[in-house]
Design a protein around this ligand. Structure first.
Ligand code: AHM
Ligand code: MG
Length: 320
């Protein structure tokens, strides 16, 4: 094991932390300096309007890792195709990221975040750039996010627990202030965009009726919290306990969130914190990706909370 330990992975995490500091600087100056807030008047691969900060964050991360020799291929939620690092095709790692998740919250000063997922390069010598990125979540060697909230916090796992680092602006460094984070098996919050209720399956409607105490009595009742910024909703539930859901519905059968940029990295974090992540029936990290930008329904949180949702989905909607 030690023969392989070159320090490359640690340095990739430092590179991402550096990008996070730079992005945090832009976020903190949003509205103060020009060219940070508002639409970039472009659309990304999913047809969504890009914000200027989406574009800035995307470029910042690419610049932080592209020439280090450590990454062979990157993929970004904001780019159509995988990005080979042409100056270092032999880099040992693959980096996938959502540069600035929760863009709709940028202009209203709510928390947003960067999500990242790191794999080793495929061992297949004929692997294309796309092949390197189409690996299941179980292959991740590290993953995490940086939340730009009341403070800037980087949370990551490299498979040995989950650790939270707060950016201390007085020294410009991340400090380990929240080591070995664990999520409660059952928490007090549920987070879901309930305006989609009429388009959900009977199973998800039944789940939410229970979580709001409309049926089944107070046993499963929780408080509702949903800001529409995945990193912020996830971070709150990680620390305070709860379950986040973004189900599929009749309009979007696989929901909204992306397997490789959002669901898998957060699944790795939640599992390392003692929780679970599921698409309602199957463990997220066991799903074999077939497309870089594929979407997946997501149920993520404490073990008992996710189990409750899965049981009710299967009991109501069947095995799928
Ligand atoms: P984005 O990656 O384009 O920012 O979209 C993802 C965001 C998540 O942060 C959040 O959980 C979700 O979209 C909210 O969607 P909705 O507004 O449909 O509830
Ligand atoms: Mg996103």
């Amino acid at each position: 094991m030690f023969e392989e330990a070159t320090g490359d992975l640690t340095n990739v995490l430092y590179d991402i932390a550096l990008a996070g500091k730079i992005i945090s600087g832009y976020v903190r100056r949003a509205g103060i300096v020009d060219d940070v807030l508002g639409s970039a008047e472009k659309t990304n691969v999913q047809g969504e309007t890009q914000q200027k900060l989406d574009v800035i964050a995307n470029e910042t991360i690419k610049q932080a890792v592209a020439h280090t020799g450590r990454i062979c291929v990157m993929a970004s939620e904001e780019e159509d195709d995988p990005i080979p690092c042409v100056s270092n095709p032999d880099g040992r790692y693959v980096l996938m990221f959502d540069p600035l998740d929760g863009s709709s919250n940028i202009d209203v000063n709510a928390s947003i975040g960067t999500i990242f997922s790191i794999h080793k390069r495929s061992e297949d010598p004929t692997a294309t750039a796309l092949d390197h990125t189409l690996q299941p979540g179980t292959n991740q060697v590290a993953a995490g996010y940086i939340i730009y909230g009341s403070s800037t916090v980087m949370v990551y796992t490299a498979g040995q627990g989950v650790h939270g680092f707060t950016l201390d602006p007085t020294i410009g460094e991340f400090r380990l202030l929240n080591p070995d984070v664990k999520v409660k098996p059952s928490g007090k919050y549920y987070s879901v965009n309930e305006s989609n209720f009429s388009r959900w399956s009977d199973g998800y409607r039944e789940v939410v009726r229970h979580l709001k105490g409309a049926v089944g009595g107070p046993a499963n009742q929780k408080n509702a919290r949903y800001i529409g910024s995945l990193v912020a909703d996830f971070h709150r539930n990680l620390l305070s306990g709860g379950v986040f859901m973004y189900p599929g519905d009749t309009k979007n059968p696989n929901g909204k969130l992306r397997l490789q940029y959002e669901a898998n990295p957060l699944a790795f974090v939640i599992e390392q914190a003692g929780g679970r992540a599921s698409n309602g029936r199957t463990r997220i990290m066991d799903i074999d990706p077939t497309e870089l930008h594929q979407r997946v329904p997501l149920v993520i949180g404490g073990v008992n909370d996710v189990q409750f949702v899965e049981d009710m989905i299967v009991a109501t909607d069947g095995d799928g």
